[in-house]
Design a binder for this molecule. Structure first.
Ligand code: XUL
Length: 548
């Protein structure tokens, strides 16, 4: 945490970005002077440790069914007050806060009753927020993105709108269990009384923004596109999907407004309770759209690859092109454009399984990559250690082609090459010509992995040093929204300059090795098809590749 600038030093405008993720609430404050921004405050509250009274485990309430996952809207309110109190007492001159925005885990939903509007506009500053929130909930708990219990509802919604393809083309995604629409449908059927008592169904983002403005905040198109309910083309609720989801839902959904909309100002409650100013509240968005801004991806051609528990590739798209295979998602982007996102569940997990199998340290792992050639002499591994999202694999199995399990170094190269080629193959639907990659996540610290990435994609790879891209993205969106409201909007390139990675981390692609991967990539695709039981044995093609 950085202290405030002592008085006498240059005094800039402050913008607050909050990120309510699955496991914690983070605040980042940036100070802006002209077009220069720097981070002056950064703090996080992990839910389990800070609020043990809610009994969450990694942010999830105790489970009664293994496929269900809920969190607590009251806990989120408690966390919102606690983190804003930290900002208020940080020593920063909070009167300089011009705007606040936020990011929230996507897909989760919060159900408010008919008293909510009145109660939110009259919060008592003498009382903590959480105790005043419990009475306005029509449902005590909020289903979140880890819930996978709605397969039946997904099928029903898809059927009602004319099939999965139609739903994907209109909303950007086929029906996914964790998406909000199927979750709402399940609640409406399983608790009709609770659903009838619901006046507003918020996303986590618009719920928290509503608590800040003391009224009703809109949903931005970025987060709305995680609901299976929004028409991508006009960025408004799509009546067919809304009608297919639950009766009377159209009246219960907040409006959708552009990501830079001013939802209101910090309400009298926050001013009286914490001494905060009536700063503008810019519409909140989902964590993926906010991360797009927070890692500095404000143009098509620049993508981020996050190497975490799961691996994710995402980037801005000018047009809402949709993945015909149904595994990728299209969300609206906070810039007014779109973003594509594809998620691979066998990320760090697969790398670690290979590392552990040979008792390798990270240094051994890097060395194995160093001593093996690009293309691995036609030896391929399909790393489905766990069920995979992309391509969809329910019964996981690892497949090896021309690769002996005893060859440790070749297995290390094979897992890394497979992951990078798979990301390249399964992101072609975005039709984006990728020239620059910002690599984030734990494994991005490994230079040899990034070298394979650069050579497979034929793109320049930079290591991003942003540690909480969603919270930083929210702070940058607060700045952007404020400049729009002032009538002097700044270009996104200026807003995201702070997030651009250091040029010293650049890894350039090697043209010879890139040519090798261009040759190998279609054979890798054939290996995947064979492993899925959808194509012939690719071994002869791999042998020809190895002999070339
Ligand atoms: C994206 C998704 C996750 C959550 C995590 O579709 O479900 O990335 O947004 O918070």
């Amino acid at each position: 945490m950085s202290p405030a600038s002592p008085s006498g030093l240059r005094r800039g405008t402050l913008y607050v970005g909050l990120d309510s993720s699955t496991q914690s609430l983070t605040a980042i404050v940036i100070e802006v002077n002209g077009t220069d921004a720097r981070v002056v405050f950064d703090a996080s509250l992990p839910f389990d440790e800070t609020f043990p009274q809610y009994g969450t485990d990694h942010g999830v309430l105790p489970r009664t069914q293994p496929d269900e996952a809920f969190s607590s809207p009251v806990m989120w309110a408690d966390a919102l007050e606690a983190i804003l109190e930290k900002v208020a007492t940080s020593g920063l001159d909070v009167s300089r806060i011009a705007a606040v925005s936020g990011s929230a885990q996507q897909h989760g939903s919060v159900y408010l009753n008919g008293d909510a509007g009145r109660m939110l506009s009259r919060l008592d500053p003498a009382q903590p927020l959480a105790s005043q929130i419990a009475p306005i909930l029509a449902r005590r708990i909020a289903p979140i993105w880890l819930d996978s219990s709605t397969s039946a509802e997904c099928a029903e919604i898809a059927d009602a709108v004319g099939g999965s393809d139609v739903l994907a083309r209109r909303t950007g995604s086929r029906a996914f269990e964790r998406f909000t629409g199927p979750q709402i449908r399940k609640f409406a059927a399983s608790d009709p009384g609770g659903y009838a008592a619901t006046e507003r169904v918020h996303l986590v983002s618009s719920y928290l923004a509503s608590l800040l403005v003391g009224g009703e905040a809109p949903i931005d198109p970025g987060d709305a596109s995680g609901a299976n309910l929004m028409d991508l083309a006009d960025k408004q609720w799509w009546p067919a999907a809304v009608g297919a989801t639950a009766s009377g839902l159209a009246e219960k959904l907040p409006t959708i407004a552009p990501s830079w909309s001013v939802a209101g100002t910090l309400s009298p409650y926050w001013q009286a309770r914490l001494g905060l100013p009536p700063a503008r509240i810019i519409a909140w968005s989902g964590d993926n759209p906010c991360s797009l801004i927070g890692v500095g991806l404000a143009r098509e051609g620049r993508v981020a690859i996050s190497l975490g528990t799961s691996d994710t590739i995402f980037g801005l798209m000018k047009e809402p092109r949709v993945d015909p295979s149904g595994t990728g998602h299209v969300f609206a982007a906070p810039t007014g454009d779109y973003m594509g996102l594809t998620c691979f569940s066998n990320g760090s997990l697969a790398r670690e399984r290979v590392q552990d199998a040979y008792g390798f340290t990270w240094t051994d792992f890097s060395r194995a990559l160093d001593i093996t050639p690009a293309g691995n002499q036609g030896r391929v591994l399909i790393p489905w250690f766990e069920p995979e999202i992309t391509p969809a694999v329910a019964n996981p199995r690892v497949h090896r082609y021309r690769l002996s399990e005893d060859d440790a170094a070749a297995n290390v190269r094979a897992v890394v090459e497979a992951q990078q080629m798979s990301m390249a193959v399964h992101s072609t639907w975005m039709s984006v010509s990728i020239d620059t990659i910002h690599a984030t996540g734990g494994a991005a610290a490994n230079k040899e992995i990034l070298r394979v990435m650069a050579d497979v994609f034929g793109a320049e790879v930079y290591r991003s040093t942003v540690s909480n891209s969603a919270a930083l993205g929210a702070a940058l969106r607060a700045w952007h929204g404020d400049t729009v409201a002032e009538g002097t909007p700044l270009p996104w390139d200026t807003i995201t300059a702070i997030a651009r990675p250091n040029t010293s981390s650049l890894i350039s692609p090697n043209p010879v090795r890139h040519a090798t991967y261009r040759e190998l990539m279609p054979i890798y695709e054939a290996c995947e098809a064979h492993a899925l039981g959808q194509g012939p044995d690719p071994t002869p093609a791999l042998e020809r590749f190895a002999r070339r």
